[in-house]
Design a protein around this ligand. Structure first.
Ligand code: PMP
Length: 429
């Protein structure tokens, strides 16, 4: 392991900076364009699902198992076989599932927009009619969740992420004291970006905590529920059952999609909740749409079949992307390990590696990396309002680039982190 940067003397520091800068300038001259900004599957991953496109032809039966003609209007909440498949994915019953369109984010936006316009099942007042609505946002988190809140005028309160999920002492205190706090965003498995899976205790505390708002709702975005990188998947306690057991059966909305199982943008999304919530939502949905795309549902169910097939399919995804995660982790360790200038997680699944620099360095690292051709997620994006209070979190998305490109991109990132850290440590003296 290398020496901590904090122990370097002035001369060593200057010499090191000069040599790092030389490498950095050489990269800049190469004029590369490498994008590690969004969690997108690579072409090899997409190829795993291309066979799905050949599964439905004009000569195939295009009826759902209850006889519904998938070529025509009919059904507001999905075909039975799709509900069955998603009920297994989300750990709920088939009666508790609503199948949506091509994207779960869309279902989340709609669910929150409906809550603002009409309230949720059991609300006394539509949230949008209240003087203030606030949401708890465990951070770092998913920037698009925060964008929904920002757009709907919902005030965001950041809460720290700990090893087993959000800091529940903070969450309980906030939710228990302020009736303007109407909900919380959660990515409970292999969280975006930290790769954290919520502990059983976290799930139980979320399900059972006292909330000042009686219609407090957990937005449980289980986007990475089958996206394991190891043979020992992180277990996640089923939240709907926990909420029921705690006497709050209507507290949670679950979401997921096949975006990173089959095709992002052309997958199938679903949500789940108590039967009371689901029938309330269905009523509102019927004003929003005549019904979702059943052809795509049929195609997906015929291709993915059941949970065992999905697990096998996800193993093939892991075979493609695990080497990329490993390479990034190896490189980070080789370049930054022991230097006390960066810390990162080693996720068991999901799409991201989350890295923290010394306080105050992330923006400059991302800017310098961009100057050398490496696009990273904007610094701060993983926090509400795009403001990382410690300006230190950087989200690395290793899945899309080719292995060689990834190596170069991480080399550049590590150079930038070291240079910015040296400058910062110099300034702190
Ligand atoms: N939730 C999380 C946590 C994500 O990282 C993403 C991005 N893949 C999404 C939702 C978006 O999912 P969808 O394509 O179903 O809208």
């Amino acid at each position: 392991p290398s020496a901590s940067f904090t122990n370097l003397g002035e001369t060593e520091r200057n010499r090191l900076y000069a040599s790092l800068k030389e490498s950095y300038d050489a990269y800049k001259l190469r004029g590369m364009k490498l994008d590690m900004s969004r969690g997108k599957p690579c072409p090899e991953q997409l190829a795993l699902s291309k066979g799905m496109l050949d599964l439905l032809t004009s000569s195939d039966p295009l009826q759902a198992e209850d006889g519904t003609d998938c070529l025509n209007y009919g059904g507001i909440d999905g075909i039975p076989e799709a509900k069955r498949l998603f009920s297994r994915l989300l750990g709920v019953s088939e009666q508790e599932v609503i199948i949506g369109g091509n994207a779960s984010l869309n279902m989340m936006y709609d669910a929150l927009a409906r809550a603002m316009l009409h309230g949720v099942y059991g609300s006394e007042t539509p949230w949008g009619k209240l003087p203030k609505v606030k949401f708890i946002c465990p951070s770092p988190g998913y920037d698009r969740h925060f964008a929904i809140c920002e757009q709907l005028g919902i005030e965001m309160i950041a809460v720290d992420m700990l090893e087993g999920g959000p800091d529940m002492d903070q969450v309980e205190k906030l939710a228990g004291e302020d009736d303007a706090i109407k909900g919380i965003w959660c990515v409970p498995k292999y969280s975006n970006p930290d790769g954290i899976t919520y502990s059983d205790e976290t799930v139980d505390r979320l399900a059972s905590m006292r909330t000042k708002a009686s219609d407090f709702t957990i937005f449980w975005d289980d986007a990475y529920t089958v996206h394991h990188l190891t043979d020992e998947p992180d277990p996640l306690k089923p939240i709907l059952a926990a909420c029921k057991a705690a006497g709050h059966p209507n507290r949670v909305y679950l979401f997921c999609s096949t975006s990173k199982i089959t095709f992002p943008g052309s997958g199938v999304a679903a949500m789940a909740s108590s039967e009371a919530n689901v029938s309330h939502i269905r009523k509102h949905l019927s004003a929003q749409t005549i019904g979702p795309d059943k052809i795509n549902q049929l195609r997906h169910v015929r291709f993915l079949r059941d949970i065992d097939h999905i697990e096998a399919h996800m193993k093939r995804h892991a075979d493609i992307i695990k080497p990329k995660f490993d390479r990034v982790l190896h490189k980070l360790e080789a370049s930054l390990g022991g230097k006390q200038i960066a810390w990162w997680n080693k996720p068991n699944g999901g799409y991201f590696i989350s890295l923290n620099t010394l306080d105050g360095c992330a923006t400059e690292v991302v800017r310098m990396a961009a100057e050398a051709g490496v696009t990273l997620t904007k610094a701060g994006a993983t926090f509400p309002y795009g403001k990382d209070p410690r300006n230190r979190n950087i989200r690395i998305a290793p899945t899309f680039p080719k292995l060689e490109e990834l190596e170069t991109a991480i080399d550049i990132l590590c150079l930038c982190i070291q240079m910015v850290s040296l400058t910062k440590l110099q300034g702190d003296r």
